[in-house]
Design a protein around this ligand. Structure first.
Ligand SMILES: Cc1cc2nc3c(=O)[nH]c(=O)nc-3n(C[C@H](O)[C@H](O)[C@H](O)COP(=O)(O)OP(=O)(O)OC[C@H]3O[C@@H](n4cnc5c(N)ncnc54)[C@H](O)[C@@H]3O)c2cc1C
Length: 442
């Protein structure tokens, strides 16, 4: 169970640590014993997912728990299925990309997803991972129950009927409340998405953003700085019985791998070697963007492959503020004469009641900014953050930002309630790390 500890790095290469020890428990009892042993030794302990957070939220300097070998009573990833309620119980360390096949045999699917599926289910819900869609919440809103090992080693079920008062905190707990060993998701019957991708003037996309976000099932757009167009993606949910009309394999490969990832890579290389050429290259890439229309299984449409390593900051704003905020970011990039090679992404989510959700209590829009991993993102991200804060923006917990508990506390009406739950479940801060101390306080 205890492995010799090498250096752990996150996907974005923004964080690294050599934990004192790495443990790979194979049973829930072993997770409980690991937490108790850490307590006796006065060490902190933290579960790590797939390391896809850009912040230091998953950094475990003392004991790092890797749950990939965990099984519950001999079960593999899918522990049980409630066919009447359309609910499934999954092991916490299950990778999102494994879930569609596990659910498909029961005719079920996850209601919404982000744009990649490399994360674990526990890691994704713990930072507020979300997709896009004005009527749809983030992944944490799909959680109806979870099982948690708390600091005293006990195992508690938190659900709509058991310990229900803890559910709004535990569904999105930042890894600060305990070790999640399983998660029960509310699923939906499998569905397809009819996708339409178009290129339109950025100003037109901004002018219609509120209407599109409210009226379409899933709507988002990308804007490459230095260009005047937006690449819009609109997905409509259609029944599973609808005929599939997927992108042809070759065309998908050319568009997504050669044009998208290849163009990103080329633009990033230009950004590093000859930054003043970035605007010209972006405008060239803009000319090759084309309309696409296809219908495919929901996961295949939601999820893309990201082969270019980047850094990201993302803010949730009251949805109505998105057009003005994006125009301010555009004006700042022009005024500062920055050469930004990667696009901004704009999406939306429904209001929810999860205490630390970036969409808590308000219909939200998202603006994400990216920089290639070989470029220093600080000036750009700080300037964008200043604009987002003017609009009451809340930063994604797993993406880069510069805020701390003092300012974050003002953004969430239940911040104090969350801290009270943390005090109750982890009074000695067994599950803390430097990032959590920064954003929640010591
Ligand atoms: C290329 C890329 C694309 C992305 N796309 C999106 C997107 O579309 N939408 C979006 O919202 N975000 C997106 N993200 C952010 C990402 O979804 C989140 O950072 C997510 O938390 C990563 O999941 P993970 O499994 O890697 O968790 P990690 O980063 O490893 O951990 C995140 C947190 O979860 C905790 N944790 C993990 N497992 C457990 C457990 N069993 N019990 C308790 N706590 C646990 C960790 O301790 C840590 O606090 C993206 C990130 C990348 C790198």
């Amino acid at each position: 169970m205890t492995a010799s500890a090498g250096v752990w790095r996150n996907w974005a290469r923004t964080e690294s640590v050599r934990p004192r020890r790495v443990e790979r428990p194979t049973s829930v009892g072993a997770v409980q014993r690991a937490v108790l042993a850490a307590g006796r030794a006065g060490l902190t302990i933290k579960a790590v997912g797939a390391g896809h957070s850009f912040t230091g939220i998953a950094v475990a300097p003392d004991v790092q728990l890797d749950l990939s070998d965990l099984s519950a009573d001999g079960h593999s990833a899918l522990i049980d299925v409630d066919r009447d309620r359309l609910q499934v119980r999954l092991l916490a360390g299950t990778y999102l990309h494994r879930i569609p096949a596990l659910l498909a045999r029961y005719g079920l699917a996850m209601a919404n997803l982000g744009d990649i599926d490399r994360q674990t289910i526990a890691g994704a819900i713990s930072t507020g991972t979300h997709g896009t869609g004005g009527q749809w919440g983030g992944l944490a809103t799909q959680v109806v129950a979870l099982t948690l090992v708390t600091a005293d080693g006990s195992l508690i079920t938190i659900s709509t009927t058991e310990n229900a008062g803890l559910l709004p905190a535990a569904r999105l707990g930042l890894g600060a409340l305990g070790i999640i060993v399983d998660v029960t998701l509310q699923c939906v019957p499998t569905f397809l998405l009819h996708a339409v991708e178009t290129v339109e003037p950025l100003d037109a996309a901004l002018d219609s953003y509120l209407e599109q976000s409210a009226g379409k099932d899933h709507y988002e757009f990308y804007w490459f700085p230095h260009t005047t167009s937006a690449l819009t993606k609109t997905y409509t949910r259609v029944p599973a019985s609808t005929p599939h009309a997927p992108l042809r394999r070759l065309s998908r490969f050319i568009d997504d791998e050669v044009m998208a990832n290849g163009a990103y890579r080329a633009l990033c290389a230009v950004g590093v070697m000859a930054p003043p050429l970035v605007p010209r290259f972006s405008r060239l890439a803009e000319r090759f963007s084309a309309r696409r229309e296809y219908t495919d299984a929901s996961t295949r449409v939601f999820v893309a492959h990201r082969r270019v390593r980047f850094r990201e900051m993302e803010y949730a704003l009251p949805r109505a503020a998105i057009p003005d905020a994006l125009r301010e970011v555009r004006a700042t990039i022009e005024r500062k004469r920055w050469n930004i090679s990667l696009p901004l992404k704009v999406g939306s989510a429904a209001a929810d009641d999860v205490w630390l959700s970036t969409a808590h209590g308000r219909a939200s829009g998202y603006i994400a900014v990216h920089r290639y991993h070989r470029e220093d993102p600080s000036d750009y991200f700080r300037a964008v953050e200043a604009i987002m804060r003017e609009h009451d923006g809340r930063p994604h917990w797993g993406k880069l930002h510069f805020q701390s508990a003092a300012s974050l506390g003002e953004l969430y009406p239940h911040f104090g309630d969350f801290l009270a739950v943390r005090n109750q479940l982890d009074p000695e801060r067994r599950f803390t790390n430097a990032y959590l101390e920064r954003v929640l306080g010591p």
